[in-house]
Ligand binder design. Structure first.
Ligand code: C2E
Ligand code: CA
Ligand code: CA
Length: 701
């Protein structure tokens, strides 16, 4: 170890020499002594002593204290004073220069040595501390993480540059502020405030990691995903005196994670979901079928026909471009909730996540089949391809989601076997029904233009004398191949296709006109009514009132001769129903409650509604002659209660004279059913009218 070098300043040469000798003996390096402060200051830079031994009282203009002051400021060498003066004033002045020691003359060798060694040691430690401080502050400034320190109250005491950049607050602005104001941390999705880090650290006195998915909202209001932790700062007694929070911007990492996730779940060529993601979505849809009984989804397995030939003859690169174009076409008209995925090669699947019926899937399949046959332009060359599609529909028979994919695949083979460029539905019964429905749909679209709808008129008669009271208009479709179709065969489909508005318009106009014509044929007919059925969509349609007013105006029919039949389930939503019924009532038309007894309507509701007539459902009427049936009691109860409410009753589905007699005996005034007449064509109904008016004439005579 090298010796400590000491510069001695002492104006008395003899003493100076003595000190020098003593110090050398004590094994210090003392190359020189000086007698004035000025020469000491001059020499010090060159000599670089480890310590300065300074006499306070010097014979020159500058005394030792002033010189020490200068050395402390300029050269930072430790100074030990050496003096005979121990008066208070001198000592106070000397103290200001923060000397490293103070040795009074005359001194013992040992005393001097101890003072020098302590001073040297203290200076060394101070240098180390300073170095450490510099090192720390450089580190804090240069690390890539944001660092914020707070006191126990959470007020900021330090921020580094990264923290300034990330939060948008400069250290000057941030100092003293509550750390939550500067470091605003929330959960990325819920936007809930991340629990106060500082408080938790203070409470638990532990290092705390931030919850994942935390974002920092910077001063501009932008989100920065961060990863952070907080640790307590302790004093020497281990008491917590603050918290240091370290956080870093992890946008880049998030971005990479997102990319990785995307890569793992998507097809590299087309960017479409791959089999993994498709399976996930399929599983979700499958779970939904368990929870919602009416939920139905379809899987379409699609395979490009002849793709292998294109690939082999024109090359893989070309083939890839064809696949890309095909993928784009397949996805064009899909809804956001559907999933188009590529399973590999030229195999694609579509998950139609919510469809009403097989029909929804057929529409998509048909659209794809026609789209995919349009020429695809690749590298200036028209490529023609077609697709085969296998369709499977979710249903209770499936126990696992993959079984549906398997069946769609099987249906695809079927489609290919049948000659490609077509679809096939798994399950033959379903397949046939699908084809029938599709055909029916095409036909139904043209029905109105082709005038294939017919109205059949079923008489409603007075049970007392068999006189005609009016008709119920019943819709039929005169199908060119399949003959006369009943509403059950096509009405639901027409509703789904949105054809009901047109049908209502036509039906109201036609039946009002027809009735008006019959009314004018004989005076006995003037009070005849026509009852028209309204489905829920018709009843709720905003145009209904206008359609009724128009039909009445164009036919000249009196409003009270038109009866609107709505069934109990149509008016299930009581608040809306009450409003619409009131509006219809204002038009002056009659309101009839159809199929009474099958739904949930209560007498209480009847009492407060403008309904004029209740039609007892035929499932109640037909068993009344069976002594074992309890239905007759119900029918009698209905009749007595409706009587009290002042409502008229029509019994539906009367097929025998006995039923008619019973009902009459119980006080029912009107009836309808095969016993009197089946639904009749207009010509038949006209004859029925004529016949009835003669009976009436006879009765009045
Ligand atoms: P609904 O309103 O209860 O009509 C009475 C149904 O019972 C008619 O069947 C009629 O042919 C049948 N029927 C009449 N008397 C008897 C009988 O003595 N015995 C038996 N077994 N049946 C009888 P349809 O015409 O097939 O109509 C079925 C349902 O379709 C109707 O039930 C009605 O809810 C609906 N519907 C019919 N036409 C229309 C329409 O123009 N618009 C709307 N929205 N629905 C209609
Ligand atoms: Ca009816
Ligand atoms: Ca009915």
């Amino acid at each position: 170890m090298c010796k400590a070098r000491i510069l001695v300043i002492e104006d008395e040469v003899i003493i100076a020499q003595d000190i020098q000798r003593t110090l050398i003996k004590l094994d210090y390096d003392v190359p020189i002594f000086v007698t004035s402060a000025e020469s000491a200051l001059e020499l010090i830079g060159e000599l670089r002593p480890d310590l300065v031994l300074m006499d306070i009282h010097l014979n020159d203009s500058m005394d030792g204290i002033t010189a020490a002051e200068e050395i402390r400021r300029r050269d930072r060498q430790p100074v030990v004073f050496l003096t005979a003066h121990s008066d208070e004033a001198t000592l106070t002045r000397a103290k200001i220069t923060e000397p490293y020691g103070y040795v009074l003359k005359p001194f013992e060798e040992r005393e001097l040595q101890i003072a020098i060694d302590i001073a040297l040691y203290r200076h060394k430690v101070e240098l180390q501390l300073k170095q450490m401080e510099r090192w720390l502050s450089t580190t804090l400034k240069s690390i890539g993480d944001g660092v914020i320190a707070t006191d126990v109250n959470g007020a900021i005491t330090f921020t580094n540059r990264v923290a300034e950049a990330l939060t948008g607050w400069s250290q000057n602005e941030a100092l003293g502020r509550p750390f939550t104001e500067v470091l605003r941390l929330v959960h990325v999705n819920t936007r809930a405030k991340a629990d106060s880090l500082v408080e938790r650290v203070l409470d638990d006195n532990l290092i705390i990691e931030m919850a994942p998915d935390t974002v920092l909202i910077n001063r501009d209001g932008q989100d920065i995903p961060v990863d952070d932790s907080a640790a307590p700062i302790r004093d020497e007694d281990e008491k917590v005196i603050g918290v240091v929070i370290i956080f870093r911007d992890i946008s880049a990492r998030k971005c990479v994670e997102e990319k990785l996730r995307h890569l793992a779940t998507h097809d590299a060529l087309t960017g479409l979901p791959n089999r993994t993601l498709f399976s996930d979505r399929l599983a979700v849809a499958f779970e939904l079928t368990k929870r919602r009984p009416n939920y139905c989804f379809a899987v379409l397995f699609i395979d490009l026909d002849r793709f292998k030939i294109i690939n082999d003859s024109l090359g893989h690169l070309f083939g890839d471009k064809v696949l890309l174009a095909a993928a784009q076409r397949l996805g064009e008209d899909l809804r956001g909730e559907d999933t188009l995925a590529r399973l590999g090669g030229d195999e694609f699947v579509i998950l139609l996540s919510c469809i009403g019926d097989i029909l929804g899937a057929l529409h998509v399949a048909n659209r794809i089949l026609s789209k995919i046959t349009e020429a695809i332009l690749v590298d200036g060359q028209d490529v023609f391809t077609s697709a085969s599609i296998g369709i499977a529909l979710s249903g209770p028979r499936y126990e696992r989601a993959e079984e549906i994919l398997r069946d769609a695949d099987a249906a695809l083979y079927q489609a290919k076997a049948e000659g490609r460029g077509r679809f096939s539905v798994f399950d033959t019964a379903l397949h046939e029904r699908a084809l029938r429905l599709l055909q029916l749909e095409t036909d139904l679209r043209r029905t109105i233009e082709r005038k294939e709808f017919r109205i059949y008129y079923q008489p409603i008669v007075s049970l007392a004398n068999g006189c005609l009271n009016g008709f119920e208009a019943l819709l039929r479709w005169q199908h060119p191949e399949r003959g006369l179709l009943a509403p059950a065969d096509f009405l639901a489909l027409a509703e789904e296709m949105g054809l009901m508005t047109k049908i209502t318009e036509w039906l109201l106009t036609e039946s009002c006109q027809q009735l008006r014509a019959w009314q004018q044929q004989a005076p006995a007919n003037t009070a005849l009514t026509i009852a028209v059925n309204l489905s829920q969509t018709q009843f709720l349609h905003p145009l209904l009132r206008k359609q009724i007013t128009r039909a009445l105006a164009s036919s000249g029919l009196e409003a009270r001769c038109l009866c609107l039949e709505v069934s109990e389930d149509v008016i299930a939503d009581q608040a809306t129903a009450a409003r619409i019924l009131a509006e219809l009532d204002e038009l002056g038309v009659q309101l009839h409650l159809d199929d009474f007894g099958t739904g949930y309507s209560s007498f209480n509701m009847l009492q407060h509604s403008p309904i004029d007539v209740v039609k007892i459902d035929r499932s109640f009427v037909q068993p009344i002659t069976d002594p074992a049936s309890e239905k007759s009691a119900i029918v009698r109860a209905i009749l007595s209660l409706t009587g009290e409410l002042g409502k008229e009753v029509v019994a539906e589905g009367i097929e025998t004279a006995e039923q008619a007699e019973r009902l009459l005996a119980w006080g029912c005034r009107y009836g309808q059913g095969y016993h009197f007449a089946k639904p009749l064509t207009a010509a038949e109904a006209e004859r029925f009218c004529a016949h009835s008016s003669t009976i009436r004439d006879q009765l009045t005579d």
